[in-house]
Design a protein around this ligand. Structure first.
Ligand SMILES: [Zn+2]
Length: 107
């Protein structure tokens, strides 16, 4: 079995970073709102941006968790769609990708 320690390290570091960021976003969304109308309009816009960031972050967390699970199961680096080996060049850039380049382009 291949050694994916480097990818695992990258994924775990990214996961920790996202976790911190998502917690910060959550606490900002929970922060009490000001009563001033104009200010709260700006805050609402900020909240939307934060929510989008939060959503993107959560999707990334899910992708990373799935990649770590594939590592445990020994299927990491294999495209979940066609079963081909995903190139190292691709994994170095996108260690959490479940797809080879061909499948990613087709989806
Ligand atoms: Zn594929």
């Amino acid at each position: 079995m291949e050694d994916h320690q480097t990818y695992k390290k990258t994924l775990l570091a990214r996961l920790a970073e996202l976790d911190t960021r998502l917690h910060r976003i959550e606490s900002e969304l929970d922060a009490p709102k000001s009563k001033d109308w104009e200010e709260s309009a700006v805050e609402r816009e900020d909240d939307e941006v934060l929510e989008q960031l939060g959503q993107g972050g959560q999707e990334e967390v899910a992708r990373i968790r799935a990649a770590l699970k594939r590592m445990r199961e020994g299927t990491f680096g294999v495209c979940v769609r066609c079963g081909e080996q995903i190139s190292d060049e691709r994994l170095e850039v996108l260690p959490d990708t479940p797809f080879c380049r061909v499948c990613a382009a087709e989806l």
